[in-house]
Design a protein around this ligand. Structure first.
Ligand SMILES: *[C@@H]1O[C@H](CO)[C@@H](O)[C@H](O)[C@H]1NC(C)=O
Ligand SMILES: *[C@@H]1O[C@H](CO)[C@@H](O)[C@H](O)[C@H]1NC(C)=O
Ligand SMILES: *[C@@H]1O[C@H](CO)[C@@H](O)[C@H](O)[C@H]1NC(C)=O
Length: 230
């Protein structure tokens, strides 16, 4: 291992995630690592693997190399999907290609440390129904996920847990295509105006890696979405 296990354990503890460390060292252009990392996470969470049994697991990106040096030109980054909620499948290469990052020649690969988040997500349903104006459900949901994964809670013990967003309401109605495809379809729901659509969305952070805490209200504000109350 080229970096100290102390660092690895710190990262693992800080992320509550791990068993796998898929981080790789990339160089990027532009000089703004914070902006690059936001773009990396945003692109990762919205990536669509050809294998549709895979779903988003995690995106990591930190300025600098394994020692924290070269923070203006390099980042340690990962982008992982999963089929079972535990074993990560790396989409680092794909995400790097899409965000214009270049793999560093001497990067560390396949270091196994850490723990993978026990996904446990199914035990919680934090979905809320939101209405939004303009655009379409697909673009709204991409924005929602970007805003969520890049949200910075004031409570810094909180770290990203999950972001989900599906166009339409609980029965799949009021999604973009349905509203767009039929002018005759008048909103029956008082929360809908003629050009507003709905999405079921969540944004959660966690302090312990197990219990999600909803940050949907904050992300809704950033995403200009309004909650639909029953
Ligand atoms: C949503 O909007 C984007 C950007 O305008 C467009 O590329 C995409 O095809 C639209 N999707 C649907 C389902 O209408
Ligand atoms: C941050 O969140 C944790 C977990 O919910 C909580 O125990 C802690 O008191 C919070 N800290 C602050 C400063 O609010
Ligand atoms: C929107 O709803 C229509 C009709 O229920 C359905 O055919 C379509 O697949 C839905 N589109 C999305 C993006 O969920």
């Amino acid at each position: 291992m080229r970096f100290s296990s102390a660092l690895a354990m710190t990262v693992a503890a800080a992320c509550g995630v791990a068993a796998y460390d898929l981080r790789q060292l990339y160089s990027f252009e532009g000089g703004d690592a914070v902006a690059f990392c936001k773009a990396w996470k945003c692109n990762c969470i919205n990536y669509t693997p050809a294998d549709d049994t895979l779903y988003f697991l995690s995106a990591g990106c930190h300025p600098g190399d394994y020692t924290g040096a070269n923070a203006d030109t390099e980042v340690l980054a990962s982008c992982a999907f999963t089929a079972d909620g535990h074993v990560p499948v790396s989409f680092n290469d794909e995400n790097a290609a899409e965000t214009g990052a270049t793999l560093m020649r001497f990067s560390l690969t396949a270091v196994t440390v850490a723990l993978v988040a026990a996904s446990g997500a199914a035990a919680y349903d934090l979905r809320e129904l939101y209405s939004f104006q303009g655009g379409n459900g697909t673009t709204f949901c991409k924005t929602w996920k970007c805003n969520c994964i890049n949200y910075e809670p004031k409570n810094t013990t909180m770290y990203f847990y999950s972001a989900q967003c599906y166009p339409g309401d609980y029965s799949g109605k009021h999604n973009t295509s349905q509203v767009r495809s039929s002018k005759a379809l008048q909103p029956t729901n008082s929360h809908l105006t003629s050009d507003s659509f709905q999405a079921l969305a969540t944004c959660a952070f966690t302090a312990d890696g197990k219990t999600p805490v909803s940050y949907s209200a904050q992300v809704a504000k950033q995403s200009k979405a309004k909650i639909v109350k029953d």
